[in-house]
Ligand binder design. Structure first.
Ligand SMILES: C[S@@+](CC[C@H](N)C(=O)[O-])C[C@H]1O[C@@H](n2cnc3c(N)ncnc32)[C@H](O)[C@@H]1O
Length: 362
């Protein structure tokens, strides 16, 4: 297929476009981007007929910052007839066989979401027809490709597939997280989402568990600390502001009224470092580098506030500077960065130091 459709947050199309253009070029896949402001999706149209298939195979979704989901798509289907939208969609998908799942989606905009009820209903007859033509398996299969039908307007849809091992498991690429009634702030969802985005369930069981020590820089009122406490960790919460009282009553939190840029952990037994201080991104990055060089943590999750313009370029520069500095200091690491659903004008970074050595800091 020729088109790669990428979902992103509305208003971030330029960043998503700059990123896919850059990454496709690195893989020698030529093409150009089609996008409109606030559409919440970007289409990278490849020059080669199988360009999008090549990208699906070689470009990991989790290495892209601004894309929530991506799929290879045929040409845009327009003017789908009201009386039979199923047949042209099934026809456009006819080169696929034995897919494992079907998602009838929309981009994440208020206008497009008005089509959600239609999409839900339409899934039923479309699924029946796709099964009849053996494009879709009779039983869902999480290891087979996923069919995506994305209605961008009534009667207008991109249709195609993603590969199950290189695709978001979530409908529209958006995890549905419940805000706990006793969580101190809504930003609690950011860290909850980050753990789910950067670590598999099995990795979370091993590496986000009771007995580990954590530091939360810029912790008040305690939404991120809440997530660490919920996972059984002991937390040093650094902030001059007040912490949520119920969280303090758990006995798992020690509150330090201190400057997060000067704080030094008294004992060097920290596994997780998390940081949500609203500060210049380069300053936060330097702080994370300093902690890494000092060997004061094993894994970190931190936010980088985004500038108004050239957001992709800025993030790329910060991450590559950080990578260079860690490498110069002989620090082996894995790093991922994502514009999460619960992030607004910021991205979230996960940094795992010496991943292969599996040092146990418990
Ligand atoms: C976005 S809020 C953090 C919200 C928190 N993660 C939560 O989920 O409740 C940013 C916090 O960083 C704190 N902060 C900003 N600069 C700081 C600094 N230099 N040292 C310590 N805390 C700082 C602010 O006081 C504020 O409470």
């Amino acid at each position: 297929m020729k088109n790669l459709v990428l979902y992103c947050r509305a208003g971030y199309e330029k960043d998503c476009a700059a990123e896919i253009q850059d990454r496709a070029a690195q893989l020698n896949v030529g093409g150009f981007v089609k996008t409109n402001v606030n559409d919440a999706f970007v289409v990278f149209q490849c020059f080669e007929d199988d360009g999008a298939d090549t990208l699906m195979l070689n470009l990991p979704l989790n290495s892209l910052v601004f894309a929530r989901q991506m799929f290879a798509a045929a040409e845009l289907l327009s003017n789908l007839p009201e009386q039979d939208r199923v047949s042209p969609i099934a026809e456009a998908l006819s080169e696929l066989t034995q897919c494992g799942d079907l998602r009838v989606e929309t981009p994440d905009t208020n206008e497009a979401k008005e089509l959600s009820a239609f999409c839900r209903k339409f899934t039923v007859p479309l699924r029946l027809q796709l099964k009849k033509q053996q494009i879709l398996l009779n039983k869902e299969n999480p290891k087979r490709p996923i069919i995506h039908v994305c209605f961008i307007a009534p009667g207008k849809a991109y249709v195609g597939y993603s590969l199950s091992h290189n695709s978001s498991p979530h409908f529209m690429g958006i995890p549905r997280l419940k805000m706990a009634a006793d969580a101190p702030s809504r930003s609690t969802l950011k860290l909850d989402e980050a753990f789910g985005a950067f670590l598999t369930k099995e990795q979370q069981e091993k590496r986000c568990r009771s007995g580990l020590n954590a530091v939360d820089l810029g912790a008040c009122p305690g939404g991120w600390t809440y997530q660490l406490v919920r996972r059984g960790m002991m937390v040093a919460a650094i902030d001059n502001g007040p912490m949520n009282e119920k969280l303090m009553e758990t006995g798992q939190v020690k509150h330090y009224r201190a400057d997060g840029f000067r704080f030094e952990p008294p004992r060097k037994n920290i596994y997780w470092l998390v940081c949500d201080m609203v500060e210049k991104p380069s300053r936060v990055a330097e702080l994370m580098e300093a902690w890494a060089i000092n060997g004061w943590f094993k894994e970190a999750i931190f936010n980088l506030k985004l500038p108004m313009k050239s957001r992709y370029k800025e993030v790329k520069v910060i991450l590559s500077t950080m990578s260079d500095i860690l490498a110069e200091n002989n620090i082996d690491f894995e790093m991922q960065c994502k514009h999460l659903y619960h992030d607004r004008d910021e991205v979230t970074v996960h940094l795992w130091l010496f991943p292969e050595k599996g040092v146990n800091y418990a």
